[in-house]
Design a protein around this ligand. Structure first.
Ligand SMILES: [Zn+2]
Length: 422
């Protein structure tokens, strides 16, 4: 079969990819806590088993959140081609973030309207995963010859760091040579762009300490919230203005994320947020703040950490009673795949063929599972490419454009065949 024939056949699978996306979205795999992972993994696994794939379910026992009630169930499916050769692996996460407020449609209804499917996870990233599955099925059903192997995985917990998902599978060798050579992750980065990496991330929790006392006599205690206020002031004055001046050579999109950033994720001190009735008159003895620091490939991670700790130590030296603890929550280095790497070339060429213009190479402001593939799997040939619109991820009324899914199916099939030429 000619490649152009395959593209026509793929376009005819529009209803199939819509149907599969709807099925996936209707399983509310909300993380946290990690609901319904097993039925979602089984939907994918049993579908592919019927088409001749070897299917493995891999529960990430012992990883964060894994319990018998909320098992971290991943699925990996593999099918061999005609002769020896490399393996192209499509990886999609099956977890979604909670719907949140502001929806005008059922978040799990997968309702179709104006050429779009609406629902939590349509864009990020069940639509992309469905597109990869149907694209691979098209290659198989039409008997297009390829060498090596094709793999598809549905993995959990990407939204909470990916430890029980791609991180766990990478520890088990699922994302290393010789098993796998090229990885495509259909995250929502827009259908005509190829994402070759991401900025680094450092999450930390800072706690300031004080001394409890009656609120009518605060001079008898020491207010932990005021100490935290002093730290916030240092961040505002000394760190954040400096971060905005640091620019990266990485093609991060959107443009605003080409600088270093710091988000104060949360802050809490004093009475519990869910207290009822009137507040009790207390001086808070603890205040906690979660920092979400995104950094550039030009910034060494130890410097990123040290400059925050230096501000805290300065306060300790200067401010009476200032005491703190800092705990790291998560840290990942930036990742960047070579623009000339085989998977980048294959997908970029396929995008150019589909859209008649060059693919834009970008990097993501946030991390995704590529970090585990690079760090644990030691596999550099990995990108993100998928049909969703980046800005819609995690938003109310999230949707996927059906035409984009179909276009991405052509790109993914064509890229896989370029990498597995028989
Ligand atoms: Zn995602």
């Amino acid at each position: 079969m000619q490649a152009s024939d395959l593209m026509t056949r793929i376009a005819a699978r529009r209803d199939d990819v819509v149907d599969l996306t709807q099925q996936l979205v209707r399983i509310p795999t909300v993380n946290p806590p990690g609901d319904a992972y097993t039925p979602c993994a089984e939907l994918i696994g049993e579908r592919l088993r019927k088409r001749g794939f070897d299917v493995t379910y891999e529960r990430a026992v012992g990883t964060p959140g894994d319990t018998d009630r909320h098992p971290r169930t991943n699925v990996v499916a593999r099918i061999a081609g005609r002769g020896p050769g490399p393996c192209v692996h499509f990886n999609g996460h099956i977890d979604v973030v909670e719907p949140g407020a502001g929806w005008t449609r059922d978040p799990y209804g997968a309702q179709i309207e104006d050429g779009r499917i609406y629902g939590r996870g349509t864009c990020d990233m069940k639509g992309g995963l469905a597109a990869a599955i149907v694209a691979v099925e098209a290659i198989l059903d039409h008997g297009v010859p390829f060498n090596g192997a094709l793999e598809i995985s549905g993995t959990v917990d990407e939204e909470s760091g990916g430890y029980g998902g791609v991180g766990h599978l990478a520890e088990k060798g699922f994302f290393s040579k010789p098993r796998v050579n090229h990885v495509i992750i259909p995250e929502p980065l827009n259908v005509d762009r190829v994402c070759i990496g991401h900025r680094g991330v450092w999450w930390a929790e800072v706690e300031t300490h004080g001394r409890i006392a009656h609120g009518s006599m605060p001079f008898l205690g020491d207010c932990a919230v005021r100490h935290m206020g002093a730290f916030l002031d240092r961040l505002e004055r000394d760190l954040i203005p400096d971060l905005v001046t640091r620019r990266t050579e990485m093609p991060v999109a959107p443009e605003g994320a080409r600088q270093s950033t710091l988000n104060v994720n949360s802050i809490h001190g004093g009475l519990r947020e869910d207290f009822e009735g009137l507040p009790s008159a207390l001086v808070p003895d603890s205040c906690r703040m979660v920092l979400d620091r995104r950094f550039l490939i030009e910034e060494p991670m130890d410097r990123v950490k040290a400059e925050v700790i230096a501000l805290l130590d300065q306060l300790k030296a200067e401010r009476p009673g200032f005491r703190y603890d800092i705990n790291e929550i998560m840290a990942f280095e930036p990742t960047l795949t070579d623009a000339d790497a085989p998977v980048v070339r294959a997908v970029a060429d396929a995008v150019a063929a589909e859209f008649g213009r060059p693919a834009e190479l970008i990097c993501s402001p946030g991390t995704y599972d590529q970090k585990h593939v690079a760090r644990i799997g030691k596999l550099k040939d990995c990108i993100a490419y998928g049909p969703g619109i980046l800005d819609l991820a995690h938003q109310p009324d999230e949707y996927i454009v059906i035409d984009d899914m179909v276009a991405s199916m052509k790109v993914m099939a064509s890229a896989a065949l370029r990498l597995l030429a028989a």
